[in-house]
Design a protein around this ligand. Sequence first.
Ligand SMILES: [Zn+2]
Length: 99
Amino acid sequence: MRIDYGELKRRIRLIELLERIGWTSTEGRGDQLRGPCPLPACSSRKGSDSKSHKTSFSVQPRKNVYRCFGCGSSGNVLDFWKAYRGKSLREAAVELDNT
Ligand SMILES: [Zn+2]
């Protein structure tokens, strides 16, 4: 099966994916939202009550990209799902295509 990564990146909205996994922003609105990092490997999760954890994860819904200042992870919706699920890029893309 051939995967069209470009088409997936345009079709899947990162903010909708985040909402689906239960993420909610704690700061910001519109072009820039911030909140706790949902990535399992994120080191900022250790101090999950700290202010830095609650705002370490930043999303730009219009550009469909994210960046975490805690674990340094950043990228597009495919990069996010790959990091969140701990899968290869191809496996992550197949999962997103089926959601
Ligand atoms: Zn993180």
